[in-house]
Design a protein around this ligand. Sequence first.
Ligand SMILES: Nc1nc2c(c(=O)[nH]1)N=C([C@H](O)[C@H](O)COP(=O)(O)OP(=O)(O)OP(=O)(O)O)CN2
Ligand SMILES: [Zn+2]
Length: 141
Amino acid sequence: MYGLKTESSFDASHFLTDYHGKCENLHGHRWRVVAYLEVEHLQEEGTCKDMVVDFGEFKAELRALTERLDHHFIVEEGSLAPDTLTCLEREGFALFIVPFRTTAENLAKWFFDALAERGLPVAQVEVYETPNNCAYYREQR
Ligand SMILES: Nc1nc2c(c(=O)[nH]1)N=C([C@H](O)[C@H](O)COP(=O)(O)OP(=O)(O)OP(=O)(O)O)CN2
Ligand SMILES: [Zn+2]
């Protein structure tokens, strides 16, 4: 098995719905996303011969995803009244609406699926909310 690893970070705000504690309030993180690719065999020809994929492509794809979230308010769909969303947008706040509770676990899966959709052989994605706390998502092969 061969593998690559890269990482990218973004600053964003969120809150957890139905959470009974401080995380039910709006707060921010510098989220750190670490992604792993794995293949059985390296590419056999072309400019990517003997590579999993080009590091440049891998880091650019992950960076493009973290850029989509950077300095956004990540909002679980349905967790705020439509009027609230309208007001926030009118004030110029950048919202990123997702169809899931904004846990690190769900964000790890969101990054995993997005990298897989781009054709990368993603094996695992880790999302750190704090330097010590990380959730990860991987799929059985
Ligand atoms: N399994 C998960 N648990 C929690 C998640 C999560 O995504 N997955 N998220 C949160 C909150 O988002 C919260 O921001 C993190 O809370 P906490 O661990 O308390 O982080 P702090 O940096 O505030 O830690 P302190 O030690 O209190 O400074 C909660 N749980
Ligand atoms: Zn949080």
